[in-house]
Unconditional design. Structure first.
Length: 655
């Protein structure tokens, strides 16, 4: 039989006859332990041949009168105790410190049981032979045998388990990975790297062969771990990849900074190496790190932003035990808001969404993963005044997060009437319904495209901002606006588009080589919206700290590199020109607005002029009275009258 055939037969045989095999192995170990205990107790003397004598001088044979009778007690007692302690069901391939304690406890129980049974049998035997009970103090068996057997049982069982684990992790692992084509460099020399290396060697060819360790620091690292040498420093990663012909780089550093990860990816440009990383420490649910937990490094990991630090107490004080509603609950931001809110145990979470399928998905997800949070799934169009009035009066939310909006810039340039109806009209209807229902606070999710807008979408979001700011003066509801930039991974954003283009083999299309955007991840955006909503007192525009703007072409290049491909060689990048309504640079504040810091380092408040309610209301009402099918130029003119800083992009004039 070939080694491969043997290795495939072994697991099937063991799984079918596990109890028999374990019983036989433990019986052999217990027999050897007892035999060694006799040898040690009698100092390896000739007692093995002559045997000891009892108090009356009777000569006993070693094997027949001492070892074998005692073995007849040892085997059933120890096997029974170890079986009751579930030792036969423990996998020897994963032996650890916990197994040492469980084996020791089983050995202790079985030894105590053995001593009790042995002395009971001895007592009965002496009495049956007419021997006075006082002779029991000088039994014929050396009492150290039991102590020696206890220690040797622990040692032999643990040694056997360690040898089995060593075989699977080292011998079998080396044999399995010897022909493996995927060569791996492991960045890190700490506990995570050690655990990952041990797991990889155990799995063999199913994971990859680690050919070297890379130290993230300049000093203080070990020379090798489990026989794998530290081959260099992370600063020379590209050279190490080429020198060792690595196919993958595993980063075994929890919470590695985006700046360092981006530097390593860019440094290895042209090598075609694939980057993978362990999860953040907060995501490691079990104590044992597994190769299956490795994930491909995503573009979100290279943003270069500090992680969001949520003031959970402040958010919880506004959300816990209260009724919270989210409009646009099935969208990218809306659904993430729902997930984040559910963590703070609201009295009820009200999902408001027009799209039935999107609402069904988030409702099912929350009912499965946040079962302690009652959920109401409400199909509703935010532009339907009657429906929104009745809905908010019935559900009585204390807080409403308004995330429902049309957001795709080129699409809204073609359909300006729909942008006005949904983004402006929907916000007005929702805000009015909040005021009428006595909602404590409404949080409008806005965008940096509302700043000096050149697109219909951005302009309609600015009109929505103006409306809720002015309405804040009209009643007890606190209206709060949160403004931020592009969200990575949201529906229709550049990231999923680039992923699809890379998967097809290219080309990747970028509108302009100098186009820059502010980016944050969906969870980051949702967390900061929650934080700002908890901080607001009414009338504020909160601006989220967006970090440094990112060139879209650099984003595309890094995504190509993360796919193990080379920009401009394996995947072509094409520049297609600005689309209608787009501008090269997004801004975060309007002329005349200044930023005031808050208690949260990643959130600022924009100082802005107070809007006159009557003026804003009249302007917006005239805008909403324009029919949906009206001439787009008429709509744009009305938008410009409402938002003087609106300057339609040149491409828009030709639509």
């Amino acid at each position: 039989m070939t080694p491969e055939t043997i290795s495939s037969v072994q697991p099937r045989f063991l799984s079918r006859h596990r109890a028999t095999v374990c019983t036989a192995v433990y019986a052999v170990l217990f027999s050897v332990s007892l035999l060694a205990s006799f040898a040690l107790a009698y100092n390896f003397t000739g007692a093995l041949a002559d045997g000891p004598r009892d108090a009356h001088g009777t000569h006993y044979g070693w094997l027949t009168d001492l070892y074998l009778p005692l073995l007849a007690l040892v085997l059933p007692i120890k096997l029974l105790v170890f079986a009751l302690m579930r030792q036969f069901r423990t996998s020897w391939r994963y032996v650890g410190l916990h197994d040492l304690f469980s084996v020791s406890f089983a050995a202790l129980l079985s030894s105590n049981a053995l001593i009790l049974v042995y002395f009971a049998v001895e007592n009965l035997s002496y009495q049956a032979r007419g021997v006075p009970l006082i002779d029991f103090v000088t039994p014929r068996l050396h009492q150290s045998v039991f102590m020696l057997d206890f220690g040797l049982t622990i040692g032999l069982v643990c040694a056997a388990r360690v040898l089995v684990r060593f075989y699977y992790e080292d011998v079998a692992g080396r044999r399995a990975s010897a022909g493996e084509s995927r060569r791996v460099l492991l960045v890190g020399t700490g506990d995570q790297a050690e655990a990952l290396l041990r797991e990889a060697r155990r799995l063999g060819r199913t994971s990859g062969r680690v050919v070297g360790l890379v130290s993230e620091g300049s000093a203080g690292h070990p020379a090798s771990i489990h026989g794998i040498d530290v081959v260099g420093l992370a600063d020379e990663l590209a050279d190490l990849v080429r020198r060792h012909e690595a196919d993958e780089v595993w980063i075994a550093l929890p919470n590695v900074s985006p700046r360092r990860a981006r530097a390593w990816v860019e440094q290895c440009d042209g090598t075609g190496v694939r980057f993978r990383s362990i999860p953040a420490l907060s995501d490691l649910l079990s104590g044992r790190l597994q190769v299956s937990q490795l994930r491909d490094i995503q573009i979100e990991d290279l943003l270069g932003r500090e992680p969001v630090r949520l003031n959970s107490e402040q958010v919880a004080s506004k959300v816990r035990g209260r009724r919270v509603a989210v409009t646009g609950a099935g969208g990218s931001i809306g659904s993430e808001l729902c997930r984040q809110i559910a963590r703070f145990q609201p009295e009820r979470l009200i999902l408001i969404e027009q799209a039935e399928n999107a609402l069904f998905r988030i409702d099912r997800e929350l009912r499965e993963q946040a079962r302690e949070t009652p959920v109401s799934a409400c199909i509703a169009d935010v532009t339907d005044r009657g429906r929104m009035d009745v809905l908010l009066r019935l559900e009585r939310p204390a807080i409403v997060f308004h995330a429902a909006a049309h957001k795709h810039v080129p699409m809204m340039e073609i359909n300006p009437g729909e942008a006005v109806k949904n983004n402006v009209g929907g916000t007005c209807v929702t805000a009015d319904a909040c005021l009428a229902a006595g909602v404590e606070r409404m949080v409008l999710v806005s965008t940096d495209k509302a700043v000096n807008p050149t697109s219909v979408m951005g302009c309609t979001k600015r009109v929505a901002e103006l409306y809720v700011q002015a309405l804040n003066q009209r009643g007890r509801t606190h209206f709060i606006t949160v403004r931020f930039g592009n969200v990575l991974g949201s529906d229709g954003s550049v990231v999923p588009v680039f992923r699809e283009q890379i998967a097809r083999g290219g080309p990747v299309t970028v509108t302009h080589p100098d186009m820059r955007r502010y980016f944050m991840t969906i969870p980051e955006a949702a967390q900061l919206v929650l934080q700002a909503g908890a901080m607001g007192e009414g009338g504020e525009i909160f601006m989220l700290e967006m970090g440094e703007p990112v060139r879209i072409v650099d984003l595309a290049r890094n995504m190509i590199r993360l796919s193990g491909l080379r920009p401009d060689l394996d995947i072509e990048i094409q520049f297609t020109g600005l689309r209608p309504g787009e501008k090269l640079f997004e801004e975060l504040s309007i002329d005349g607005e200044s930023v005031r810091p808050t208690s949260h380092p990643q959130i600022g408040i924009l100082r802005h002029r107070e809007e006159d309610w009557s003026t804003v209301e009249a302007s917006i009402l005239s805008l909403l009275e324009i029919p949906d099918e009206a001439d787009p130029d008429r709509l744009r003119a009305a938008l410009e009258a409402t938002v003087p800083e609106y300057a339609p992009a040149p491409q828009t004039a030709h639509l």
